[in-house]
Design a binder for this molecule. Structure first.
Ligand code: NAI
Length: 333
């Protein structure tokens, strides 16, 4: 019996994400919350014959808390997406939405796993953490920033450079750091199976790193004002949510993924600070999932010289984004 909630469920990401979660047979309750159209989306999905019973909620009468009550996992794609020319940092307007939703989660589902998709993830995850701390319910093991789109993009783009586009799922590339431009650090030297032909070709490698870091811009440009990645993000978000659900409720142990998290989640976080040479409280790292969410923070591992340079740039940009999120003060209700 697993209750999943999507906040921002009527949006470009929210709708396909809710559909994909409806298809997961472990989920028995799926509550959809949005400031518009959540009831309609829920009615639509409710006709699909899978176990999840779907309900929709709007803001009146404390709809957010009604949707969230008893949630095991909450996935949050609520907020404004990018338009051409905007960086993810320009989306800091979403901080207020995130603080409000964090407060509702603290009131109605303080033990839920919280998966943050709303951008800028580098700042919105600290906004969630600070709001939950003030409410006295913060558990860093249960707060996960979703940077998984960078991971699935890396597989696709690596396979494409290799001229093997149909084999993308075979390539696994850890992507650490943050979720925005230069903070995205793809560890191509750790790709499995190894890709020596790319590592040896500086031009190819630089172009590939740039495409992984700025892949989101391709979508924003192609959509030409109609938003940013929604379908690929929904797939990444659902896949990531399903990993968390499988580890917590499906007895599947040992899954290793990357997620942008608070490094206090596990003792391994201190070792990460040494590895990256910076005292950052948040970083996207390798984590092992389990019944409590983040079971272990694992080392980033060996970086080659190119990656050491990228790490320096990532750390520099990430620090101020974290501070901005952690210092955010929501307007009084
Ligand atoms: P969208 O505008 O299509 O949908 C956002 C939804 O959030 C709308 O339905 C809106 O009504 C709802 N919403 C607004 N305020 C709300 C509130 N207070 N409570 C609940 N729902 C609220 O936007 P889209 O394309 O779905 O993107 C959503 C967010 O996800 C954006 O911040 C975007 O930048 C981010 N994103 C994150 C990615 C990642 O890799 N983590 C990738 C792509 C987008």
């Amino acid at each position: 019996m697993v209750k999943a909630v999507v906040c921002g469920a009527a949006g470009g990401i929210g709708q396909p994400l809710s559909l994909l979660l409806k298809l997961n047979p472990i989920i028995t309750e799926l509550a959809l919350y949005d400031v518009v159209n959540a009831v309609g989306v829920a009615a639509d999905l409710s006709h699909i014959p899978t176990p999840a019973q779907v309900t929709g909620y709007l803001p009146p009468d404390n709809g957010a808390e009604k949707a969230l009550k008893g949630a095991d996992i909450v996935v949050i794609p609520a907020g404004v997406p990018r338009k051409p020319g905007m960086t993810r940092d320009d989306l800091f307007v979403n901080a207020g939405i995130c603080a409000t939703l964090a407060q509702a989660i603290a009131n109605a589902a303080p033990k839920a796993f919280i998966l943050v998709i709303s951008n800028p993830v580098n700042s919105t995850v600290p906004v969630f953490a600070e709001t939950l701390k003030k409410a006295g319910v913060f558990d860093p093991k249960r707060l996960l920033g979703v940077s998984h789109l960078d991971v699935i993009r890396a597989s696709t783009f690596v396979a494409s450079v290799l001229g093997k586009p149909t084999e993308a799922q075979k390539y696994s590339i850890p992507v650490v750091g943050g979720h925005s431009g230069a903070t995205i650090l793809p560890l191509l030297s750790q790709t499995k199976p190894a890709i020596p032909e790319i590592l040896a070709d500086k031009e190819k490698r630089d172009a590939l790193v740039n495409r992984i870091q700025f892949g989101g811009d391709e979508v924003v440009k192609a959509k030409d004002g109609a938003g940013s990645a929604t379908l690929s993000m929904a797939q990444a978000g659902a896949e990531f949510a399903n990993y968390v659900i499988d580890a917590a409720f499906g007895g599947k142990k040992g899954k290793i993924v990357q997620s942008y998290i608070n490094l206090a989640a596990d003792a391994g976080g201190e070792a990460i600070k040494k590895e990256i040479g910076a005292d950052l409280d948040y970083f996207s790292v390798n984590i092992e999932l389990g019944p409590n969410g983040i079971e272990k923070i694992l080392p980033i591992g060996q970086l080659d010289d190119v990656e050491k340079g990228l790490l320096e740039a990532a750390v520099k940009e990430l620090g101020p984004s974290i501070e901005k999120g952690a210092a955010f003060q929501p307007a009084p209700p």
